[in-house]
Each structure stands twice: as structure tokens, then as C-alpha cells.
Design a protein. Structure first.
Length: 143
């Protein structure tokens, strides 16, 4: 068995601290277990277009009413609410099913890696959240 020198201990401590910070950051960026969409927001691969075709903003919610837009686990009101969005929050439009948009969004206003082409079709994953919102409460402004 070897004994670690103080320099090795400090390096190991610094590495473990960095891992803990990165782990905490990526956990806060992604959706918590059990809060992910039951019907995944699938992003189609297309070398000629962005992964998500448009940007939009939540609007028209009554601040005297419930004041939020329910993000659902699938396209329809029978799917569970997994998050909430509020007026002026931005979303990326990635897919559509009837009157429901599959969206990707971030509460921390971070880049979601969906403004460039993806090379393979797959469900949206971190660093951002995803879910389904009714089209009545979001307005397309780019795309």
C-alpha cells in the first residue's frame, strides 16, 4: 500500500471538488427523474435545418388567473403536468402533434444545443428541459 503525498491529496481533492460542481450544475440543468415527458420530444436529424425549427415566447396568460402554462408529459390535457412556464419565457419548437407543441426550454436562459442540425434522430436531453405545451399560449417569433 502506498501513502499519498500532500500534493497528491490536494490534486485529488481539487478533482473531486470539480466533479461535484459539474455534477450539481448538470443536475440543475436537466429535468428531475419522474418529471420527464412520458411522450419524448423527439428531434429529427436533418443536415440542412436546425434541430428545432423555431423560437417562441409564452404569452397571453392571465396574471389574475393561474398565471402559468402547464408543461405536460405528452400532447394533451390528460398527460401529467411536469413543469410550468410563465409569460415572456422562451421556448424552442421542435415537433407538433395536433394543437400541442413539443418544446425545449431552459429556466436559466442557457443555450439548449438545438439551434444547429443534429446528426441523429433522438429524444431531447439535457442541458435543457422538454415537454408539451398547448399552441394557444405560445407565439412563434423566429423560424
Amino acid at each position: 500500500m502506498t501513502v499519498m503525498g500532500s500534493m497528491q491529496v490536494r490534486k485529488l481533492s481539487a478533482v473531486l471538488t470539480a466533479i461535484a460542481v459539474i455534477s450539481a450544475a448538470t443536475t440543475s440543468w436537466s429535468q428531475e427523474p419522474g418529471r420527464r415527458p412520458q411522450v419524448p420530444v423527439v428531434i429529427e436529424a436533418d443536415p440542412d435545418t436546425d434541430a428545432c425549427g423555431g423560437n417562441g415566447v409564452v404569452e397571453g396568460l392571465d396574471p389574475l388567473g393561474d398565471g402559468f402554462l402547464a408543461v405536460r408529459s405528452g400532447p394533451g390535457p390528460k398527460h401529467a403536468e411536469i413543469d410550468r412556464l410563465y409569460n415572456s419565457e422562451e421556448v424552442y419548437f421542435c415537433t407538433v402533434m395536433g394543437k400541442w407543441f413539443g418544446v425545449v426550454y431552459s429556466n436559466q436562459r442557457q443555450h439548449c444545443n438545438v439551434t444547429a442540425p443534429w446528426i441523429s434522430t433522438q429524444p431531447s436531453t439535457w442541458p435543457c428541459k422538454s415537454g408539451w405545451v398547448h399552441q394557444k399560449w405560445v407565439r412563434l417569433y423566429a423560424g
